[in-house]
Design a protein around this ligand. Structure first.
Ligand SMILES: O=C(O)C1=C[C@@H](OP(=O)(O)O)[C@@H](O)[C@H](O)C1
Ligand SMILES: C=C(OP(=O)(O)O)C(=O)O
Length: 670
């Protein structure tokens, strides 16, 4: 996950490959609640791991359910309808699928078993309506207090003084959110002992397919609701939650929408985007997004648990669609409209206004920043492609879907007329609500022109702090990090292991060309063995310095270094990054520090790792190494002509990082 203030996506041109989707949010949280209300243990497979499910798991724990992770599976041991904890304060973040269903189930349990529960969330949750659900529960006799504003969380659910009355149908408004009806359907089996419980929906029910998910999962837990269209639902008398024992969560169909759109826009010239985890057998209504994408031109094939998408019609075709049945995925259509001929009109989406943010207003504002022509109304949005694309910093309003769908705007070079601008996503961490690794998954399957992928080079002599600086800058920008020195050190280590001497140029070049190196976070692996610490050894560094003087070794490693230039960008540190490997880098920094400061830093570094070291000999060594690096004929250590020279002897790491980021920002289009 990218937990950084912003992530800049460079212009993108194509997509291909396979994406494995995380579990469905809507299924995950329903299954967790149902398992928590059942007797016995339910093993939940492929549960979504995200902010929304974490708050539900925490709530179940606080209520006394057994919650245990075993490998990728979750074992949930339920309450069997009996409260084991009578009071709890539950924090439910911004998860509608936790707040609404828990309100219903706990209101009933609190009223009938003398419990007191407080339910709250983040500030936005306290602006999301819940009044229709509270009104319905009050009809039964559940005592519920608003702790803030009338009609909104936070709520207190209190003990009741009389048995709950289920004799008359419970009426609930359905036109604001389907989650109120879902909540009643999930919670009211708890009061079905005295007789069947009937729920009547007032007004036109919104987001209907989510009710199908609810009914489907209730059936999996032994509760067969009778229904009369969308107006009347009856929970049979004596309904009991019965754990199915084992249950699998299919991939999230709303999350699939970004990759369906990706295929429709960017899987051209024989490429395809394959999506695994959700397919034509899905129980989620958002699978119908596929029909909308097809209407815009996508070429989609599907089977059980998979979708495969290619570009069909191009440019895409504008559509006019009632999106009430796919409220979440429909946001993706608004971004696809940027690649369509004509004006796309999405209607019947009033519910967008009461979700993570006012999504109609947010989409309109952010689409306009890119240059799109947008008309918004109380319950619709119209989008036409930009005549001229602008580089934009997309505000995400703590709304995962805004972050995810706007990332697709980076394909603007493919649009008609084409753009050539990066797209900056502010607060990319917000995708944590439902798809923490969204950007990683996206970057795995996209292609950019190498020249469009930004590169920042940081060169300098040994122990100048360039590695620490470069890695911190890479983390701050969410970019890849290339420690090119590690490639030379790995060549030296591999040569030593293979018995190749430091004078055998041809042998060393062969070792370099066959290097099996892998970088994972801060670890470096050579032929499957972790060598991060070995590479830091002084004798390996010294050998690396000798090895790196050979032109054929440098050549052999060049392609490997260039291959690190990948979306979304690269920070490369070394000695010739700005001069030889990436001469066109967007920003070049050359760091130095006095020999005394560098010897001291190296000394500290070695001592802290328990490696004995002598400061004077370290200084002599590094001065000798400087001389060798500067005077070698191939790629000598020297600043590029257009490099920013940076003596960091007197600066802290944070100050250095801030300086480099300031130079970087000054070069951006935002
Ligand atoms: O029941 C559910 O799982 C959901 C229902 C929908 O909400 P509304 O019914 O409020 O439209 C949807 O937007 C939300 O992401 C999940
Ligand atoms: C509306 C959404 O979330 P919630 O489940 O919180 O309603 C969503 O995920 O788009």
């Amino acid at each position: 996950m990218f937990s950084i203030p912003f992530l800049t996506v460079p212009p993108l041109r194509a997509a291909r490959g396979t994406v494995r989707l995380p579990g469905s949010k809507s299924i995950s949280n329903r299954v967790l609640l149902l398992a928590g209300l059942s007797e016995g243990t339910t093993v939940v497979r492929d549960l979504l791991d995200s902010d929304d499910t974490r708050v539900m798991l925490d709530a179940l724990r606080a209520l006394g359910c057994g919650v245990a992770a075993q490998g990728p599976d979750w074992h949930i041991t339920g309450l069997g309808g009996q409260l084991s904890t009578k009071t709890a304060d539950l924090f439910l973040g911004n998860a509608g699928t936790a707040m609404r269903p828990l309100t219903a189930a706990l209101a009933v349990l609190a009223a009938t078993q003398q419990g007191t529960f407080e339910l709250k969330g983040i500030p936005r949750m306290h602006e999301r309506p819940i009044g229709d659900l509270v009104d319905a529960l009050r009809q039964l006799g559940c005592p519920i207090d608003y702790l803030g504003n009338e009609g909104y969380p936070p709520l207190r659910l209190r003990p009741g003084s009389a048995p709950l009355d289920t004799s008359a149908p419970i009426r609930v408004r359905g036109d604001v959110s389907s989650q109120f009806l879902t909540a009643l359907l999930l919670g009211l089996p708890l009061v079905s002992d005295a007789g069947p419980v009937t729920i009547e929906v007032e007004g036109e029910l919104t987001s209907k397919p989510y009710i199908e998910i609810t009914l489907n999962l209730l059936a999996r837990f032994g509760i067969l609701v009778r229904r009369d269209g969308w107006a009347r639902f009856t929970i049979p008398q004596g309904s009991r939650y019965r754990s199915p024992g084992d249950i699998h969560v299919e991939g999230d169909a709303s999350s699939a929408s970004y990759f369906v759109a990706l295929g429709a826009i960017a899987a051209h010239g024989g490429r395809a985007v394959r999506i695994e985890g959700v397919g034509d057998d899905s129980i989620q209504g958002d699978i119908r997004f596929v029909d909308a994408a097809r209407a815009m031109g996508a070429d989609v094939t599907s089977g059980p648990g998979w979708l495969e998408v290619r570009r069909g019609a191009w440019p895409l075709k504008a559509i006019d669609l009632d999106c009430n049945h796919i409220p979440d995925a429909a946001m993706t259509l608004a971004v696809m409209a940027l690649f369509a001929e004509g004006t796309t009109r999405l209607t019947n989406i009033a519910s967008w206004r009461v979700k993570e943010t006012d999504r109609i207003a947010a989409m309109a504002t952010e689409l306009r920043k890119l240059g799109a022509r947008v008309v918004e109304g109380a319950d619709f949005i119209e989008v036409a492609a930009p005549e001229r694309w602008s580089a934009a910093s997309i505000h995400t309003y703590d709304d995962h879907r805004i972050a995810m769908c706007f990332s697709l705007a980076a394909f603007n070079p493919l649009a008609r007329p084409a753009g050539h601008v990066p797209v900056r996503i502010l607060d990319p961490r917000c995708v944590g609500k439902t798809f923490p690794d969204y950007f990683e998954a996206l970057f795995d399957v996209v292609e950019a022109d190498s020249a469009d992928v930004p590169v920042l080079t940081i060169d300098g002599p040994t122990a100048s702090g360039k590695g620490t600086l470069a890695s911190a800058v890479a983390i701050a920008l969410g970019y890849h990090f290339l420690d090119s020195g590690a490639l030379y050190r790995a060549t030296a280590l591999a040569a030593m292991q293979a018995g190749v001497t430091d004078t055998d140029e041809a042998g060393l070049a062969r070792v370099a060309a066959g290097l099996q190196l892998k970088f994972t976070g801060h670890q470096i692996w050579l032929a499957g063995v972790e060598v991060s610490d070995d590479l830091r050894q002084e004798h390996v560094g010294a050998m690396a310095s000798r090895v790196s003087t050979f032109p054929s070794v440098r050549d052999a490693l060049k392609a490997l270094q260039l291959s690190h230039r990948r979306v979304p960008g690269l920070v490369a540190d070394g000695r010739d990054m700005g001069t030889v490997i990436f001469p066109g880098a967007d920003l070049k920094v050359f760091v130095t520090a006095s020999a005394a400061v560098r010897a001291e830093r190296r000394h500290k570094q070695l001592i802290s790792k328990g490696i004995p070291a002598n400061i004077d000999s370290l200084r002599a060594d590094l001065e000798a190494r400087d001389l060798r690096d500067q005077s070698r004929t191939v790629a000598p250590l020297k600043p590029a002509e257009d490099a920013k020279l940076f003596d960091n002897s007197q600066l802290t790491v944070d100050q250095c990082v801030a300086q480099v980021l300031e130079w970087w920002e000054a070069k951006q289009a935002f």
